[in-house]
Design a protein around this ligand. Structure first.
Ligand code: ASP
Ligand code: MG
Length: 406
């Protein structure tokens, strides 16, 4: 049996027409001799009656505080309704299908409500259904705790994680993530008009894209697929376009130091908004100053990014909602700082950039060409990022997209 996992996001199951498009995708897989396991998100986005955010708002609007356990039960309802409607749609078209909660599909998690981790998946029920010719329609985003079967959710966007974890547990041939765009793009098309669909991208790159702000696929899902080397396709429910294939390697690019930046070394440009940069003066004679600074921030539970530490100075960025708390910690502990609010982070992502000379020069030249000041850069094996003023974001993303010939 060749098992695949087909995950359909909120917009793919939102309307009767969309659900027929889903039915077509399931039917196509069956006709190819594959055994699909369907995973669904809740139907639609905020405002749609059973969307996750609408369900959360029901409780918020009552102005009562619910505990995290009840909130998870509430949120699970969205996927349960969606799976029932989707299974009924498949049945209407003669496809033998059955809706299953995360627990019924064997998904066992820890008890961290709202951000549960999958501990294991007992696939016997799914195997039994597949062998009987029944298509399981599994609620994404949810599981149950090991001993007492309490409902849990996996964190927002967690249906992707459910799909990848089911793919891993079932040794699926591949996982398909269906959405309303035709694949992963080289940049946000609302910012870059010429953004293109990527045919291929590596797991590492797509994780970096997601962590640096691209809303493509949940990074946890990619980590799971990567750990088992399961190919993942990101595709549109509403077209037959081939989508983006996520695997270990890109076969469409040559790697190594003998190639120039004119070739496709980068895969995409990602961006994050709503950041603030802190620059902290450090006494070069006090060797413990940097350590104390980061310990104080950690003790206060502040998560910082874009870290840079030298003898005389430390720099980092936080999201805007954390600014006041960070200022208070720095003032209480006596650190002098300069605060730069209204910042954004732009990142060029590409595994093939590793070890190629001239990448940083190209990056800096692209921003300088648009007279965009760089407040700080950070880099990793597969990314170069800059903190800039948010007002330059559109220009910066476009300039980098052009400079790296995406
Ligand atoms: N419905 C959940 C959410 O909105 C899970 C998902 O869509 O992946 O976060
Ligand atoms: Mg999603």
């Amino acid at each position: 049996m060749k098992i695949i996992v087909q995950k359909f996001g909120g917009t793919s199951v939102a309307t009767p027409e969309a659900r027929i498009a889903v039915k077509d995708k399931v039917q196509q897989a069956i006709r190819k001799g594959l055994s699909p396991v369907v995973v669904v998100s809740a139907m639609g986005r905020r405002g749609a009656p059973y969307a996750t955010d609408t369900l959360i708002d029901v409780l918020k609007n009552e102005n009562i505080s619910v505990n995290v356990r009840e909130l998870d039960v509430m949120m699970c309802c969205g996927e349960i309704i969606s799976a029932c409607v989707m299974a009924a749609t498949l049945q209407k078209f003669g496809i033998n299908a059955m809706a299953l909660t995360g627990g019924q599909a064997g998904i066992i998690t820890d008890s961290q409500f709202g951000a549960a981790r999958i501990k294991n998946i007992n696939v016997s029920n799914l195997h039994h259904l597949l062998e009987s010719g029944i298509i399981p329609v599994v609620c994404g985003f949810q599981g149950v705790t090991e001993n007492n079967y309490k409902f849990t959710t996996l964190g927002r966007g967690g249906s992707d994680t459910s799909a990848a974890a089911l793919g891993a547990a079932l040794h699926a041939e591949f996982v398909e993530i269906y959405t309303d765009v035709e694949g992963i793009m080289t940049a946000d098309p609302r910012i870059v008009e010429e953004a293109n669909i990527l045919h291929q991208i590596t797991y590492a790159e797509v994780c970096q894209m997601a962590q640096n702000g691209a809303k493509v696929i949940h990074p946890r899902a990619v980590e799971i697929a990567m750990s088992r080397n399961i190919p993942v396709y990101v595709k549109s429910t509403f077209s037959d376009a081939p989508g983006t294939l996520i695997t270990n390697e890109r076969s469409d690019c040559s790697c190594g130091s003998d190639i120039s930046i004119n070739e496709h070394l980068a895969s995409g440009v990602a961006h994050l908004c709503d950041l603030a940069q802190f620059r902290i003066e450090l006494n070069p004679d006090d060797i413990a100053a940097g350590r104390m600074l980061f310990e104080d921030l950690a003790d206060a539970g502040i998560s910082v990014g874009c870290l840079n530490l030298s003898e005389k100075e430390a720099m980092f960025a936080v999201f805007s909602p954390d600014v006041a708390h960070t200022c208070k910690v720095l003032e209480d502990t006596g650190f002098k700082y300069v605060l730069n609010e209204g910042c954004a982070k732009v990142s060029v992502v590409g595994s093939a950039m590793r070890g190629v000379p001239g990448i940083m020069a190209n990056f800096v030249a692209a921003l300088a060409g648009k007279k965009i000041g760089i407040l700080q850069t950070v880099d990793s094996d597969t990314t170069i990022s800059a903190i800039i003023k948010e007002e330059h974001l559109v220009d910066a993303v476009n300039a980098l997209h052009q400079a790296f010939k995406l």
